[in-house]
Design a protein around this ligand. Structure first.
Ligand SMILES: Nc1ncnc2c1ncn2[C@@H]1O[C@H](COP(=O)(O)OP(=O)(O)OP(=O)(O)O)[C@@H](O)[C@H]1O
Ligand SMILES: C[C@@](O)(CCOP(=O)(O)OP(=O)(O)O)CC(=O)O
Length: 418
């Protein structure tokens, strides 16, 4: 290793997407290694709208591992961070920067400390899977810094030890987390089913349910596994699972939508069947689902699939742009923003869908007619302010390195946050 007196700092910055499960993971067979009791499938979301950026740095001047999340220092003492750091360090290799005269040999990594700065471009711990993007980015960036030679599948088994769902953020497109059989978790890894270009017609709208209604509840999987009579560890018959993967391969939206909605509903049924019962969805979540169900039925074939995780937000997957536009009109009709919210901050992400929907300002929202499927039956109901905002996005790519220094979150001279 270069002399202690040489206070060089070596850094790597990476960006990793978040993901939303369409076949949910719920329940662990090993709490420490985070090994699931079923296979799960997710769609990776476009990092342009939801992503984590992490810079990791090493220097002989650092005297302990430190981390800053969204600008605030956090402790790395938790088991999940320690497991990821240990597993990555164990796989580190020689690193040389000839130009700067820096050489780190494999065994040096045992004594060198790292600084980590991470930023989520979306709210942390708000039901938008920041832990998935965050741990995937931590592991991916450290692996690049330490010249770990393993592929993303092997890295996914490390990210999994930070948060189960994080393993699926190592790839873009549709991703399966294979639960595996080994006790040490070596075969509990993510595999890419198809990349993000395979089904690029899909449009995803996330309805972020008003935070004043949100009660933060950490995933309580253990209680479910111990007490729910409904939990199906195999997630239905293998034929059902195969048809789901085939639906993705064949871009068969009706089958995909039917199985996605059913899995989400079963997940929430299992939560409610837990003792004590867990209620993640609230009235607003139910209203959004009701709106989608009604429209799908009136069309005779599904236009939009819905799914919800351990919180009240609803994720809607539209079969194409036209369906997304019609969906957004319906959502804005039923869930208009509060009078003090401007449209620009109410619909974020890919705003071009708003334009397609012919909505430029709040007056256009107020002028939206009731969706035809509810006309003449019941008076159209509006739930102003129940949704905080909508994020319009699409399936996206996996992790990337950001080589332009301007993206780095740490100062290249000091290794401290910029
Ligand atoms: N960028 C990040 N880098 C490393 N760890 C992160 C990062 N972002 C979040 N985390 C970790 O994930 C935790 C939040 O996870 P939590 O499961 O509570 O919320 P979430 O993943 O945003 O929401 P949900 O799981 O309900 O979708 C944080 O407290 C932190 O420990
Ligand atoms: C409902 C889910 O979102 C549960 C995700 O749980 P986490 O991955 O957040 O849990 P830990 O492994 O304990 O960190 C379904 C899913 O993402 O598959």
């Amino acid at each position: 290793m270069a002399e202690e007196s040489q206070k060089w700092v070596l850094m790597v910055t990476a960006q990793t997407p978040t993901n939303i499960a369409v076949i949910k993971y719920w329940g662990k067979r090993d709490e420490n290694l985070i090994l699931a009791i079923n296979d799960s499938i997710s769609v990776t979301l476009d990092p342009a709208h939801l992503c984590t950026t992490t810079t990791v740095a090493v220097s002989p001047a650092f005297n302990q591992d430190r981390m800053w999340l969204n600008g605030k220092e956090i402790s790395l003492s938790g088991g999940r961070y320690q497991n990821c750091l240990r597993e990555i360090r164990a796989r580190a290799n020689d690193v040389e920067d000839e130009k700067r005269g820096i050489k780190i040999v494999k065994k040096d990594w045992e004594n060198l400390h790292v600084h980590i700065a991470s930023y989520n471009n979306f709210p942390t711990a708000a039901g938008l899977a920041s832990s998935a993007a965050g741990f995937a980015c931590l592991v991916y960036s450290l692996a690049k810094l330490m010249n770990v030679q393993e592929d993303n599948g092997k890295l996914s088994a490390i990210a999994r030890q930070g948060s189960g769902s994080a393993c699926r953020s190592l790839y873009g497109g549709f991703v399966k987390w294979v639960m595996g059989k080994e006790e040490n978790g070596s075969d509990s890894v993510a595999v890419q089913l198809v990349d993000e270009k395979h089904w690029d017609e899909l449009v995803i709208i996330i309805a972020v349910v008003s935070s004043r209604q949100m009660k933060q509840v950490a995933p309580q999987m253990l209680e479910t596994v111990e007490t729910s009579a409904l939990i199906d560890t195999g997630k239905g018959s293998s034929t059902k699972r195969i048809s789901y993967e085939e639906a993705i391969q064949n871009r068969d939206f009706p089958t995909f939508a039917q199985l996605t909605c059913a899995d989400s509903n079963q997940f929430h049924a299992v939560c409610m069947d837990t003792s004590p019962p867990i209620f993640y969805m609230n009235d607003t979540s139910h209203r959004v689902i009701g709106c989608v169900e009604k429209w799908n039925r009136s069309e005779g074939t599904p236009q939009v699939a819905y799914t919800s995780d351990a919180g009240p937000n609803a994720v809607l997957i539209a079969r194409n742009r036209k369906a997304a536009t019609l969906m957004l009109q319906r959502l804005l009709f039923h869930f208009p923003p509060n009078s003090d919210t401007d449209l620009n901050s109410y619909v974020i992400g890919d705003k071009s869908i708003l334009k397609d929907a012919g909505i430029q300002d709040i007056k256009d929202v107020e002028a939206l007619p009731p969706p035809p499927e509810i006309k003449d039956k019941v008076p159209a109901q509006k739930y102003k302010g129940e949704i905080s905002y909508f994020i319009c996005t699409r399936p996206g790519r996996g992790p990337v390195l950001l080589t332009d220094d301007s993206h780095a979150l740490l100062n290249p001279e000091t290794g401290l946050p910029k």
